[in-house]
Structure formats: structure tokens, C-alpha cells
Design a protein. Structure first.
Length: 56
């Protein structure tokens, strides 16, 4: 019976670590994705301004 409880305790730690890892990866993807979108928006604005000046 002690071994079953020990196994359950270790399994719980493994599941918590697994959940933490995937949550961390998701947060990093969201943060980097937002930064990429913001960076692309500023780049697109700059390109539009430059192209408008060229055609004027």
C-alpha cells in the first residue's frame, strides 16, 4: 500500500511538471506572437508611408 501512495505522489509531481511546461510554452507563444504582430504593424505602417511618399 505504501508503494501505491508513493507512485501516486510521484505521478502527481510529473503531471504538475507536464502542465507547467505546456502552460509556459503557450504563454511564450502568445507573448512572442503579439510582439511579432506589433512589429509587423509598425513595419507595415512605415512601408505604407514610404510608398505614399514615393507615389506623391
Amino acid at each position: 500500500m505504501v508503494r501505491i501512495l508513493g507512485l501516486t505522489k510521484h505521478l502527481r509531481v510529473t503531471l504538475n511538471a507536464w502542465h507547467f511546461y505546456h502552460a509556459l510554452v503557450l504563454v511564450i507563444k502568445v507573448v512572442c506572437g503579439r510582439l511579432g504582430i506589433l512589429r509587423a504593424l509598425y513595419l507595415n505602417k512605415a512601408l505604407c508611408v514610404c510608398s505614399l511618399k514615393t507615389y506623391s
